[in-house]
Structure formats: C-alpha cells, structure tokens
Design a protein around this ligand. Structure first.
Ligand code: F6R
Length: 613
C-alpha cells in the first residue's frame, strides 16, 4: 500500500532523508514514487516517476538535486488511475504553490472533481488525491491561511486520508492530517517527521506520537503542534518505539522472508516467555474478569488472509479449551453478513499491521453491536490496537516481507496462550492439560530450531517440485487449517495454483482434479487423526498423485510407507503442533519461489498492509 514520509529539519537536507524513508517502506508494495521539497531560492521542486524507487533516486542523484530542509515523499500503490508518472504523488495545485501526498481514498472525489472542473480547474492526473491539492489552493486563496484552508478542505472531503502538505509560502512548515489511514509524528533533535509507517523514521527517532482521526498537525524543525478538527490544540502522549532498527534491515540475508522465517524461534520466545509466571499465564492488557469470561456465550474471530488462518486454527483450539462456540469470519464478509454479535460476544480481531481496513471496519461493526473486542496486533499504536477494548501484542518485531511468517507464528502462540488463560478462568481446561500445554509451549523455540535444521532437505524437495502447475494441501482438523496457510504462502510468492482441502472432503468432488503426477502435500501432524488422514493419502496415491508428506517424528515411518517424500517435525502437544508444522511449509514456499525466480519479498500485485476495502 502507499507510504508517506515527511521531514522538516533545521539544517539537514530533506530529500536524502525522504528517499531513505521511502526505501524502508518499499516492502509495503508500490508502483511509483515521488518527492517534493521546498527551498527559499528554488521554491517547490517536485519529482516523481513510475517504477522502482531507484529510478527516482537516480533521477535526483540520491536527493542532491533537490534543495531544501522541508519535504514530503510518497510511494504509490495504484487505486484510482493506472501506475504512471502523472498519477504518482506528490500532487500539486495549479499555481504550483502547494504540494501534497495522500494515502487513503477520497470517496466523493468525482463530484468534487466535476465541481472544480466547472470552475476551470485543469487536472493533470486520474487520481482522487489531486482534488485535495486544487481544493487547498481554492480555499487558501480565499482565506490566506494554510491551516484554515486545510481545516476547510477536510470538511469537504469524505473517505479516508493521511495527508502531508507543504506550501511555497510557508518556509519550514509541514502540515499533516489523518482520518482512517495511519500517520505517525516523529520527534528528533535534527528535525521532525511524519510517516505512515514507523519503520520509515526509525533510523532517526523512536520518540513518536500517534495521530488520531480528525487531527491536524503543524510541524516545524522546532516542534509539532496538534489540533483537533475544530483547530483547538490537543495534548498528545509520546511513545517510545522499542523496535530494533536492524530488525527492519536484511542484515546479509538474501530476502526478508528468509530472515523472518529464521527469526521465529526468538519471536515466539518473546511473545510467550514474559507471559508465563510461576507456571501460570499472565496476560497484561486483557482486563476480563472471571465473571465476565463466564458471561461470554460465543466467540467471534475476525481477520483477513494469514491472520484469518490463525483464526481457523484457533477455532479448533479454543472450542476445545473454552467449550464455547467459536465462529471465524473473514473481515470483508463480516461487515455485510448481519452478524449475530451481542453484549455476550467476545470478538477477537487478529491483524499483524493493525491497519487492515476490512478488519478495522469489521471491528467497528462488532463494537456497534455491543460485542467486547480484543485485538491481537503486532504494530504497537496501530489503529486497530487503539480502538479495541483490549489489545494484546505479538512481539514479533517489524515484519517486512509481504508474505507473513513470524507475525503469523506469534499470533498463533498468543491465541493458544489466551485460549489457555480463558479456559482456566472458565474452569473448562483440566489442570493437567493446562500444565502440559504450557510446558510444551515453552519448548517450542528449541523444537523450532530443530525444524529449521532441515532447511537443506526442504530446499532439495523444492528443487524437485518447483515445476508443478497445481498443488494440493490436504489434512484434517488442525492440519487442514494449517494447510490453508501453507497453500497461501505457496501461491502468493511462487504464483503456483494451489488449494487446501479438508482431506475427508476430497472424495466429494475435488479428487477429480487428481491425475498422475499431481503434487499433493499430505499433512499428517495431528496425531489423533493420523490414521484417518492416511486413508485419504492412499486415495490420492491410488489416482497417481505424487505425495509429499509432513508428519511428526514418531509417525515418520508410517508416512514414508505411502508418501514419495517426507518432512518430519518434532512432536509437541497436539494443539500446538501447527506451530512446528507450518514452518516447513513456509520454507517450501520460499524455496519453490526462489527456484522459479520470483520477487519473493514483493510478490506481484500484493501489498503489506491493505488499507483499502
Ligand atoms: C499473507 C499475508 C496476508 C495478511 C492479510 C492480513 O502472507 O500476509 O494475507 O495476513 O493481509 O493482514 P493483517 O494481519 O496486517 O491484518
């Protein structure tokens, strides 16, 4: 999705800092990039282009061509209008005095555009964002005050926005505004920042303020003033970002995805360890009392993509531990399905970024219906984290690769921990099972290291299978839900068509797609249903499928009797087994994509955080 960076400094030139910030947001996915910088002698200078950031950087010689200590930068992911030089941001008013960058969607842009065109305004792009630049010029000419003009324009536009604005008449001033699209303010001795993603400014500052909806900020090198929509000053709380700068850098690894796969043992340790004290789960951030827990009649889990797959796994785990019905719904469907949420519903929303618009909107709907919301989020201070009734963070650190790995894994263990905690509150989990799961959970990092020790074997298997056109993942129960993630990983980065099926469902239709040579990844890590799963493996084998089996170590031999190749993972508690089983599937997808020469960290058409509906 689009990325915004803005900087206003004392002496430091803005353009190189903007390029650096944009480069750190490249992972979000984009198709064009641009910057605008203002200086006393040269006024507003705007450079933008379709394509990679490197093209922009070469065009302005790493920023050296643009003079000025205040500027804005943008990477665009096209929504309104194709990727092109003209549609790239910043957009500029007709008189060339105002430049802006915009994330989000201006929903009433067509009507505003027509209105402005009737007044003779000429547009140079197809974007919704450009209307804001022209409206600003109009209102600025009327009132002669940029801040007032911004306030007036915000009252005319509908939709979502994070805006960064500079004006030739305002030396060393940057104006920002936010509604339903993230924007963070950063404070440093050298100058001050705006960014849509904290990683863009992490190199310069950790001292941040999260803007709230409807707020406007005025930045100079000396400080930042924040106002509400009525232009009344507001006091904001400062936060310290504790993410490690190096965690958002590749550090010698070929891809972020590979680095993040390898970081999983540590990420899981960080998510789990501080939450276990004296053999009990302690969840700071979850304010629910035992009486409130007993009042829950039903649990809803809402999420998108991989986070949804965590929800699918958690349904099996929570229903067993809580003895309450758990419904898992895609966030994009939830809003429009007239959900049966009420005051007795616990609504868990899972989101790595905390900015996914579908998930955010679904959470708001759940709140409106009276549900109690609990967010599982990785990005501290993100919109979902701030709006939920309770938030628990997955302490995975920054995740840069578009395809999630360590965020998924930490979501999963955190959901297991919460399930255990609530099961204990409700008295629905037996003390022996509680202890057994907790003990095994603490052993997960070291068992994961053993899984990662098989990287070479998985790389070899990928070299054997990377030419397949269609791959099926089959499994039962937790293995089925885990297969959904394995299948998504594979298709999103290697572009191979892939499907996940409940193994028992194959014979009801899908088995007709199995022909000699079709690759089936048979997931048999869920011990209680291993035999049943194997009978389905035999069915596909009988139709000529090539089978790559995944089993636990104790069941390896049995899997080897039927499958053509096998990956084995250490055994753990059956409910935790997917935390180990999913990692070979991530590695398999990674190496298959590598063999196929795909752009692993930035798969085509995808973006890291999806802030459009
Ligand atoms: C897939 C992937 C996506 C995200 C989905 C939700 O690898 O990363 O499917 O899981 O877009 O994103 P979040 O968790 O940020 O809400």
């Amino acid at each position: 999705m689009c990325g915004i960076i803005g900087f206003v400094g004392r002496e430091q030139q803005a353009a190189p800092i903007l390029l650096d910030g944009l480069q750190r947001m490249e992972y979000r996915g984009y198709d064009s990039a641009g910057v605008a910088v203002r200086s006393e002698s040269k006024g507003l200078q705007v450079k933008k282009t379709k394509g990679r950031l490197q093209v922009l950087s070469d065009m302005i010689h790493g920023g050296a061509d643009l003079e000025g200590t205040v500027g804005i930068g943008h990477t665009r992911w096209a929504t309104h209008g194709e990727p092109s030089d003209l549609n790239a941001h910043p957009h500029v008013s007709e008189d060339g005095r105002i430049a802006l960058v915009h994330n989000g969607i201006i929903e009433n842009y067509l009507e505003l555009r027509e209105h402005l065109q009737k007044q003779g305004v000429r547009f140079s792009s197809d974007t919704d964002s450009e209307v804001v630049a022209h409206l600003l010029e109009l209102h600025y000419n009327e009132c002669g005050n940029m801040m007032e003009a911004v306030g007036r324009v915000l009252r005319r536009i509908r939709g979502s926005y994070a805006l960064g604005i500079i004006c030739a008449d305002y030396p060393n001033t940057l104006i920002a505004a936010r509604k339903d699209s993230p924007l963070i303010l950063g404070f440093s001795g050298e100058g001050n920042f705006i960014a849509s993603d904290v990683t863009a400014m992490l190199r310069y500052t950790r001292d941040v303020v999260y803007m709230d909806d409807g707020e406007i900020a005025v930045l100079t090198a000396e400080g930042i003033d924040v106002f509400d929509s009525e232009l009344t000053p507001v006091e904001k709380e400062h936060h310290q970002v504790d993410w490690d700068v190096s965690a958002a850098e590749k550090g010698g690894y070929p891809h972020f995805m590979f680095k993040e796969i390898l970081e999983q043992p540590e990420a899981i340790r960080k998510t789990v360890q501080p939450r276990i004290r004296d053999g009990r789960v302690v969840l700071e951030g979850l304010s629910m009392t035992a009486a409130e827990a007993r009042d829950i009649s039903r649990v809803f889990i809402i999420a998108c993509g991989s986070s949804y797959h965590v929800g699918m796994l958690s349904k099996y785990v929570w229903e067993r531990l809580l003895r309450r019905p758990v419904e898992v719904t895609l966030a994009s469907e939830f809003r429009y399905c007239d959900p049966l949420v009420d005051e007795k519903s616990l609504v868990v929303v899972i989101s790595q970024s905390g900015e996914t618009l579908d998930t955010m909107a679904a959470m708001r709907e759940a709140k409106r219906l009276g549900g109690r919301t609990l967010a599982i989020v990785n990005v501290v201070g993100s919109s979902i984290a701030r709006e939920a009734d309770d938030v628990l963070y997955t302490w995975a650190g920054p995740e840069v690769a578009v395809a999630t790995t360590k965020a998924y894994s930490t979501q999963l263990v955190l959901m297991d921990l919460i399930g255990l905690y609530l099961g204990d509150l409700l008295g629905t989990v037996a003390p022996e099972e509680y202890s057994a799961i907790l003990t095994e959970m603490q052993l997960l990092p070291q068992k994961l290291e053993q899984v990662l020790g098989q990287t070479e074997h998985i790389q070899y298997l990928a070299s054997r299978y990377f030419n397949h056109h269609s791959i099926f993942f089959i499994g039962r129960n937790l293995d089925y839900a885990m297969g959904m993630e394995g299948s998504l990983k594979l298709k999103e980065i290697s572009y191979i068509h892939s499907e996940a099926y409940a193994a028992g469902e194959l014979k009801h239709g899908t088995i007709s797609l199995i022909e000699p040579g079709t690759l089936v990844v048979a997931l048999g890590t869920y011990g209680p249903l291993f035999d049943k799963a194997m009978s389905n493996v035999v069915e596909v084998k009988a139709r000529g499928a090539e089978v790559l089996g995944l089993a636990t170590e104790p069941l390896r031999d049995r899997m080897e009797k039927t499958a053509d190749a096998v990956i084995a993972v250490p055994e753990t508690h059956p409910l935790l087994q997917p935390s180990l089983g999913v990692v070979p599937l991530q590695l398999f997808a990674y190496y298959v994509a590598l063999h196929r020469g795909c752009d692993i960290d930035k798969p085509r058409n995808l973006a890291k955080s999806v802030t459009v509906e």
